[in-house]
Ligand binder design. Structure first.
Ligand code: FES
Length: 171
């Protein structure tokens, strides 16, 4: 009888110890994983960058090449980021900004004013003036930067959206 009660007590203690150990392991595992991953999966914040309106051409004058330079926080690191966009005014109060980053492997595309196409030098990808693929390996159109005009000031968002996404923000 005494032996049986000792066994039950021992079993109870074992289960208790296993439960507590498992709980501590689970909680510290989650905390360690959070520490290891840091903020790397957090969405990067978009910023609005002001453009000189004289840099932005009218529709019939082709695209202006605009370099966007801004500070960006990536995880624990803050670095200066540069990207390139092709910008053009399509209406008095509407500007489009096409990202120069090729949708294939990210090379910088160039605007060919004579042929009215974007060309990628890396694998000969071609896009029309809307950024839609004409030929080559790119899997999809060029992305767009969001744009807005506030009190006559043209602004571009550092964030890009897929072609066909909502790119205009009204003030
Ligand atoms: S990176 Fe542009 S076609 Fe390959």
């Amino acid at each position: 009888m005494g032996n049986e009660s000792d066994l039950n007590r021992r079993k109870f203690m074992e289960i208790g110890i296993y439960t507590i150990t498992s709980a501590i392991t689970a909680v510290s595992g989650v905390a360690l994983a959070r520490f290891a991953v840091g903020t790397s999966f957090e969405k990067k914040k978009s910023k609005w960058i002001e453009l000189n309106s004289e840099d932005v051409r009218d529709a019939d004058e082709g695209f202006a090449r605009v370099v966007l330079e801004y500070e960006q926080k990536d995880g624990w690191l803050t670095a200066t980021t540069r990207s390139l966009a092709y910008v053009k005014r399509i209406k008095e109060d509407e500007v489009i900004a096409i990202s120069a980053s090729c949708s294939h492997l990210g090379c910088i595309v160039t605007w060919d004013e004579e042929q009215k196409i974007f060309k990628c030098p890396c694998h000969d990808g071609r896009y029309d003036m809307e950024g839609k693929v004409i030929s080559g390996p790119p899997p999809g159109p060029l992305r767009r930067h969001k744009t807005k005009i506030e009190d006559g000031t043209i602004m571009l968002a550092t964030e890009t959206v897929p072609y066909g996404g909502d790119t205009h923000e009204r003030a």
